[in-house]
Design a protein around this ligand. Structure first.
Ligand SMILES: Cc1cc2nc3c(=O)[nH]c(=O)nc-3n(C[C@H](O)[C@H](O)[C@H](O)COP(=O)(O)OP(=O)(O)OC[C@H]3O[C@@H](n4cnc5c(N)ncnc54)[C@H](O)[C@@H]3O)c2cc1C
Ligand SMILES: *[C@@H]1O[C@H](CO)[C@@H](O)[C@H](O)[C@H]1NC(C)=O
Ligand SMILES: *[C@@H]1O[C@H](CO)[C@@H](O)[C@H](O)[C@H]1NC(C)=O
Ligand SMILES: *[C@@H]1O[C@H](CO)[C@@H](O)[C@H](O)[C@H]1NC(C)=O
Ligand SMILES: *[C@@H]1O[C@H](CO)[C@@H](O)[C@H](O)[C@H]1NC(C)=O
Ligand SMILES: *[C@@H]1O[C@H](CO)[C@@H](O)[C@H](O)[C@H]1NC(C)=O
Ligand SMILES: *[C@@H]1O[C@H](CO)[C@@H](O)[C@H](O)[C@H]1NC(C)=O
Ligand SMILES: *[C@@H]1O[C@H](CO)[C@@H](O)[C@H](O)[C@H]1NC(C)=O
Ligand SMILES: *[C@@H]1O[C@H](CO)[C@@H](O)[C@H](O)[C@H]1NC(C)=O
Ligand SMILES: *[C@@H]1O[C@H](CO)[C@@H](O)[C@H](O)[C@H]1NC(C)=O
Length: 510
């Protein structure tokens, strides 16, 4: 079928043929044909530039750097819409991208130029099972909406720690959450997935039905199917003792020691911490410490396990009893919409205080050693946030993952070690600084990792949720798990639809 839209898109291609590589023109032509075919199947669910829905949906991304120019946006309202769309897309050879909450801050991971953008905003299941032991949640949601829904029932789930983060991408990456030392990764708490496979079949993956797919979705991202519903275990949560504990520059040596101290002795399952050092300028004295502290109790404050942090005098803190919904909203206030952001991940692994302390120190020293070079290239007014944080994952966490039962997750972590995962965060205003930031974070990350490697502390695990586009993920899960993910993806997607037609995101390979 040739519609006026197709002619409108294709005509300039032919007139500008000298300016376009033939391949680009083909990709765009396939995508335009894909949009036309989708529109004929779903007249009310396909949107073009200039429409209100296109403008709205094409703005729903955490970072400006993610915003591209899809030829059309497809907004399905059911799993069967997606199944039909796959057939249509495959027959036109169009390329597409899928966006859940839009928080993966990587260009091309959740949107596309010269392609179809599928947005999951209308997959809005949100209901408790009749006995309230599980929650069915669609990929349309942000974690804040989920916690708000559960709060009146005095329930919570393992999910994002900042309210605006999207549900599906976090669960498919693993999910570092407040309850990790009790319940493992958020993904370990998914008891069933409704998934649209490449051939349009909608399946249910559980520990007993499609168990290999069930395992692969716990860390394997978008290589296996589009998840249209997650079923999560719930647990009772009235209030928790939580907040941010900020310390002055002069206490930073003690603050870094507290990170190693806590991480080498994670002994209380109710605890979770995210300590960060936060500069506000190029000089070493411009930096403060700020730790998100969490304790899953509505009666106990200042527990012993958090003492390494709370023994340091605070310049400000928000510690109080509050619901998880309130805490996620509080943490979410640091998210500024409409600016440019990048996260980068890395890990040191060790077992003793001394090893972890050396790892923390190397990461601090390398990062802050490189920082003046970034400030030299970007005006202070154009830097929104810079942060270096650590997330410790040790035996309590990894054993809690295992305790959720077979087949476990794909992340491949070993409970005899503590993984101190670090994340670099840079947020800035003005796209003319994009390349400067990208180059700086890449070279700084290589410098950190080469230094931790030389010290014998480097681990190849890069937490997907915090990783940048230049990083690789699956090798860090171990060769065996990487090979298993590849073979499961070949089993469920024999035509390699997700590897070829959906090029963005962390791909396992053809
Ligand atoms: C401010 C901020 C706070 C964060 N806090 C946390 C945290 O507390 N814990 C944590 O673990 N991580 C955290 N993250 C990282 C977060 O897990 C990732 O950014 C994750 O990708 C977000 O999910 P999303 O749905 O918003 O992502 P999207 O960008 O929408 O999706 C991520 C990837 O998954 C694919 N995808 C999306 N939905 C589906 C689906 N239904 N089926 C198949 N593939 C799909 C997309 O195509 C894309 O490649 C945070 C990130 C930010 C920016
Ligand atoms: C789809 O999602 C959008 C954005 O949240 C909303 O405005 C619209 O009403 C939804 N449509 C349907 C059919 O659910
Ligand atoms: C939630 O907990 C509060 C405080 O204990 C209690 O007053 C309330 O009745 C509980 N609500 C439900 C739905 O259980
Ligand atoms: C998957 O199947 C189980 C067992 O039949 C069922 O309880 C669950 O609701 C299904 N999950 C989804 C997401 O459809
Ligand atoms: C480990 O932490 C607990 C508090 O959770 C504390 O009682 C204990 O003394 C600590 N052990 C070491 C070796 O620091
Ligand atoms: C860890 O912190 C606790 C409480 O602040 C302290 O008693 C202990 O000496 C610290 N251990 C190390 C190795 O720093
Ligand atoms: C962190 O690294 C910077 C740069 O090397 C250094 O000046 C600073 O003292 C370090 N901070 C701590 C607390 O060791
Ligand atoms: C720098 O940031 C300011 C706001 O702080 C903004 O107005 C300006 O446009 C930015 N500069 C560039 C080059 O984008
Ligand atoms: C070490 O640095 C080199 C180049 O800077 C980089 O290619 C390599 O990946 C780094 N090693 C690690 C483990 O990051
Ligand atoms: C769809 O793919 C799955 C996984 O490869 C397979 O089990 C199923 O038989 C296929 N269905 C059809 C209709 O081809």
């Amino acid at each position: 079928m040739r519609s006026s839209f197709l002619v409108r898109v294709l005509a300039p291609l032919f007139t500008l043929s000298t300016a376009f590589a033939q391949d680009d023109a083909c990709v765009e032509e396939d995508a335009a044909a894909g949009c036309v075919a989708l529109e004929s199947a779903f007249p009310t669910k396909v949107f073009y530039p200039g429409s209100t829905v296109y403008s709205y949906e094409n703005s729903q991304f955490w970072s400006n750097t993610e915003i591209l120019s899809p030829i059309c946006i497809f907004r399905p309202t059911s799993a069967s819409d997606i199944a039909t769309a796959f057939t249509t897309i495959e027959s036109t050879a169009a390329e597409f991208a899928v966006r859940g909450g839009g928080h993966m801050g990587i260009k091309g991971a959740n949107s596309i130029n010269d392609g179809v953008l599928m947005v999951l905003s209308n997959l809005t299941t949100l209901e408790l099972s009749s006995d309230q032991s599980t929650l069915f949640v669609g990929p349309a949601y942000r974690w804040g909406e989920v916690f708000d829904f559960l709060a009146p029932y005095n329930l919570s789930v393992a999910g994002g720690r900042l309210s605006p983060v999207g549900v599906p991408g976090l669960l498919l990456a693993g999910g570092i959450n407040f309850y990790g030392n009790q319940h493992g990764f958020a993904a370990d708490n998914v008891v069933s997935y409704e998934v649209v496979l490449a051939n349009g079949t909608v399946v249910n993956a559980t520990s007993t039905s499609n168990p290999d797919l069930f395992w692969a979705l716990k860390g394997g991202s978008s290589n296996f199917g589009i998840v249209t519903k997650f079923e999560l275990s719930t647990f009772i949560s009235k209030k928790v003792w939580a907040g941010t504990w900020s310390v002055a520059n002069e206490y930073l040596p003690q603050f870094l020691e507290a990170i190693a101290n806590f991480s080498s002795n994670i002994s209380d399952p109710l605890s979770h911490v995210v300590p960060a050092v936060v500069p506000s300028g190029p000089n070493p004295t411009d930096t403060i410490g700020a730790a998100i502290l969490f304790y899953d109790s509505d009666t106990i404050s200042f527990p012993d396990c958090l003492k390494p942090f709370t023994d340091i005098p605070s310049i400000a803190n928000t510690m109080a009893f509050k619901t998880v919904a309130e805490f996620a909203a509080e943490n979410g206030q640091v998210v500024t919409d409409g600016i440019n952001d990048v996260f980068v991940a890395g890990t040191v692994a060790g077992t003793t205080y001394d090893e972890l302390m050396q790892g923390v120190q190397i990461i601090n020293d390398t990062f802050f050693g490189a920082l003046p070079a970034l400030y030299a290239q970007i005006p202070l007014a154009n830097i929104s946030i810079i942060e270096l944080d650590w997330q410790p994952i040790g035996a309590l966490w990894i054993d809690a993952s295992t305790a959720n039962g077979k087949p476990g997750n794909a992340l491949g972590l070993d409970s005899s070690k503590v993984y101190l995962c670090y994340a670099e965060v840079v947020e800035w205003i003005g796209s003319e600084y994009d390349t400067i930031v990208a180059d700086w974070v890449e070279s700084t990350t290589y410098a950190i990792n080469n230094a931790t490697l030389a010290a014998g502390l480097y681990d190849a695990f890069n937490y997907m949720g915090d990783s940048a586009g230049f990083q690789s993920i699956y090798p860090g899960y171990g060769a065996e798990n990487e090979a298993k993910l590849l073979s499961i993806s070949r089993e469920y997607d024999p035509t390699r639809f997700f590897q070829t037609n959906m090029p963005g995101g962390f791909k396992i390979g053809a």
